[in-house]
Design a protein around this ligand. Structure first.
Ligand SMILES: [Ca+2]
Ligand SMILES: [Ca+2]
Length: 149
């Protein structure tokens, strides 16, 4: 019996693990967009995760208005997949939140109570079931992409 098929299979599995195959929950269309929430928990990195979203044809969530921002909150509440990281950050200047993908100032963010608090220097922003919260970049979590439908 040849071991070749087994080596081939092992090779494929190794490549798959190195590439880090990513799978997503995909929402229905809302406002000409679909929202993709990563299924795995990974250390969040703005550049890396935004590039992942680009591979889907989109970018990390950046609400254009209160309705879109609140849609993500309701989505987290309805699905139980939250919290998930967004493309909102104040990493360049404390308290000045902007959208990582296009560098525009963030607006209409419906913060959770007592947030943002920059607790021990939190510069990334996640969606929770009751609003947005600043959180440490680099900790493990999910993230949400918005992708034009
Ligand atoms: Ca901060
Ligand atoms: Ca916080």
């Amino acid at each position: 019996m040849s071991l070749l098929p087994i080596f081939l299979l092992l090779g494929i599995l190794m490549i798959a693990s190195v590439q880090g195959y990513v799978s997503y929950h995909v929402s229905d269309v809302y406002g000409n967009k679909r929202y993709h929430v990563s299924k795995e928990f990974e250390n969040f990195d703005l550049e890396k995760m935004n590039n992942r979203c680009k591979q889907l044809g989109g970018y990390l969530l950046q609400p254009d208005d209160t309705q879109e921002g609140y849609f993500a909150v309701k989505y987290a509440r309805r699905t139980g997949w939250g919290p998930f990281f967004t493309g909102i950050t104040d990493k360049d200047s404390e308290g000045k939140f902007y959208y990582y993908n296009d560098n525009k100032p963030a607006k209409s963010i419906t913060w959770k109570w007592f947030q943002p608090d920059n607790w021990y220097n939190e510069d990334c922003v996640e969606v929770w079931i009751d609003g947005y919260n600043d959180r440490h970049c680099g900790i493990r979590g999910r993230y949400i992409c918005e992708v034009p439908a």
